[in-house]
Design a protein around this ligand. Sequence first.
Ligand SMILES: *[C@@H]1O[C@H](CO)[C@@H](O)[C@H](O)[C@H]1NC(C)=O
Ligand SMILES: *[C@@H]1O[C@H](CO)[C@@H](O)[C@H](O)[C@H]1NC(C)=O
Ligand SMILES: *[C@@H]1O[C@H](CO)[C@@H](O)[C@H](O)[C@H]1NC(C)=O
Ligand SMILES: *[C@@H]1O[C@H](CO)[C@@H](O)[C@H](O)[C@H]1NC(C)=O
Ligand SMILES: *[C@@H]1O[C@H](CO)[C@@H](O)[C@H](O)[C@H]1NC(C)=O
Ligand SMILES: *[C@@H]1O[C@H](CO)[C@@H](O)[C@H](O)[C@H]1NC(C)=O
Ligand SMILES: *[C@@H]1O[C@H](CO)[C@@H](O)[C@H](O)[C@H]1NC(C)=O
Ligand SMILES: *[C@@H]1O[C@H](CO)[C@@H](O)[C@H](O)[C@H]1NC(C)=O
Length: 594
Amino acid sequence: MDQQQMSWRASPVAAMMTAFFMIIMMTVIPGTNGQDQQTGNHPDWPRWCGKVYEAGYPAFDPGGQTVPPTPIGGAAPLLDVQFKPRYSLYLDSETQGEFVVNAPLSQFHGSPWKKTGNGTRSDWLIFSIHMTETDDVLVANKVVVNTTGNVFAFDLSRLRRPADLKPIKVVLYAAPEGGDPTWTATSEILYLPEKKNKTGSVTRLDNLRGGMWFRNTASDQKFAPLLPYGFYSSYDGFLGNNRTAEIEHYADLGLNTITPLTIYRDSTPAFDYMDRIDLKFMYNLREGYKNLTYVREQVLAARDADAIYAYWSADEPDGWQDPFSIPRAAYDLIRQLDPYHPVAVVLNCQNYYFQEYTDGAADIIMEDVYPIGINSTFSKWGTACNATLGDCGCDNCDGNMQDVPERLDTLARYEDWLGLWPKTKVHNPQSFHGQDYWFRDPSPFEEYVMCLLAFNHGAKGIISWVYPTSELLGQAHGALARVVTRSPVVDFIVGTQDDSISGPYRTTPDAAGDVVDVAYWVDGGRRQMLVSVVNGGYADIEQIVNVAVPNAIVVSSVAWMSGNASWKLEGERLSAARLPALSTTLVILDLKTV
Ligand SMILES: *[C@@H]1O[C@H](CO)[C@@H](O)[C@H](O)[C@H]1NC(C)=O
Ligand SMILES: *[C@@H]1O[C@H](CO)[C@@H](O)[C@H](O)[C@H]1NC(C)=O
Ligand SMILES: *[C@@H]1O[C@H](CO)[C@@H](O)[C@H](O)[C@H]1NC(C)=O
Ligand SMILES: *[C@@H]1O[C@H](CO)[C@@H](O)[C@H](O)[C@H]1NC(C)=O
Ligand SMILES: *[C@@H]1O[C@H](CO)[C@@H](O)[C@H](O)[C@H]1NC(C)=O
Ligand SMILES: *[C@@H]1O[C@H](CO)[C@@H](O)[C@H](O)[C@H]1NC(C)=O
Ligand SMILES: *[C@@H]1O[C@H](CO)[C@@H](O)[C@H](O)[C@H]1NC(C)=O
Ligand SMILES: *[C@@H]1O[C@H](CO)[C@@H](O)[C@H](O)[C@H]1NC(C)=O
């Protein structure tokens, strides 16, 4: 969505609410609590992502850029120790917990990793993780320096207290082998009581691999990997019709989740039906997330639903230049009322106060990169679009499919620069046109390219704007959803019960140019590999394309193919004689046992 599409994206109720807020905001005495002030420079001018978009104003620095920190020079590299519980929550019916310990050498963060006393560099870092309050040790172990994703199990009963809704503080101390403790890191663990009558769902995030795990009645209260794939869905012309057949049609397309643009008060029968058919929903708070009374009322209505998998608080708060405190206040209240489900925000901007709009405000970051059919350099408002001016419908985009993976990489890079633990990412594909920004819908093949590029670059879910869309795009997304939300593909992208997956790893095919993007995931337990190959260009590649696939011995199955590439496995290489424009492939290969 974009600033100037307010009435179009919002339901009438939302438009009324927004108008109401604008009146409230104008009548509040400025500066009393900072809540009424927009962020950035020139808040009195019409801006989007901090930049003026109407003609007649000068370009200026919008502020809020995330930039690489100055590398800390000197002889010794920095060691940056961080840790997190493996999952964002545990239940008191579980016995085993895990911590993930990262100990990368960093250019930017940490303390110098020096030689140890006896004159050789020890590769081991000795650490212990304690409950902050009692100093009880939960894990004592060691990791090799410059490794990440080290997992250590511990017995949850050692938390030695009845589960409750409050996070438990934990602290890690680390030292070089035989050296003095130098590194300290803190984290929190959620150890929650089972839901009393076993109704209502639970979603947790995997802090190692980024995916979601979900349980409810339909999964027999066992956590299963969830790759949400669905649409933001209108009240007008869809959910407001109160016709279950229309929701059933939506689910029958192959979509496993929905983000209704409505609330219980207006659509109770629709939500009840979603519970009944296990159409998992992300609950929308965007129309009133600035009003904590509203947030409370809505969370209490939704939190025990069987099909709820997450909340969506703020819609493009960065685009709107909302005060930083508002999404954070909403987040705190949601988590207080319902720690069993994560909270998502949607970002629109490419580089406007990233940390301020996500840190403490969300567990899941969604991005609205809508690059198809735009003019990325000159807007309908009669201004140029660049880093200091204008709004062309896709912030700082080139106007092509590569904007999607580029944005996901950019967000991950910001987290790295800022020393933040990466959050779960969701891509919001464009399935619309209009408003003089977007001159056409993406084609089905463009949708496939953008979604698979998103997975290759770490996305763990897909929520497209907006349903109803054309039946063509509904069918297209449904077809891909049917493949990626189910076994075996979901196991690779999100994870398996036996935790045997690693990836995505990126690799570059030989002789194929920049637009061919390849990622693969490895299932060490089943000795299989999922390979995703995307030709993100509009031209056929009329030459042999080879992708190295280490240890592959035979094609197990072709899980997905759009376009007509004919892949063969030759030696430890996937090889196609030509690669049609916009073709995408997901192929599963069996690997040698080692
Ligand atoms: C640390 O690991 C990174 C990523 O694997 C690697 O690129 C880098 O060279 C390593 N640094 C040292 C000092 O070994
Ligand atoms: C140096 O100290 C480490 C840790 O105590 C030990 O493992 C290693 O063997 C020592 N190296 C030498 C050369 O003494
Ligand atoms: C128990 O179930 C009822 C109805 O399904 C629900 O309204 C209530 O919130 C649930 N209570 C808890 C603690 O889960
Ligand atoms: C749909 O159901 C809601 C809530 O039950 C009701 O308020 C609304 O009027 C209904 N809409 C139609 C079109 O029947
Ligand atoms: C805030 O939300 C509550 C509950 O929905 C509502 O009654 C109240 O009017 C809202 N306040 C504003 C200022 O919109
Ligand atoms: C964008 O719009 C400007 C002004 O109308 C035009 O000159 C330019 O060719 C357009 N670019 C594209 C890619 O359509
Ligand atoms: C953006 O475009 C405006 C108008 O052409 C120009 O004044 C400004 O310098 C440009 N900004 C950048 C970063 O190129
Ligand atoms: C797909 O490619 C094969 C060989 O490359 C060709 O025989 C076949 O006709 C093509 N199918 C379509 C639908 O283009």
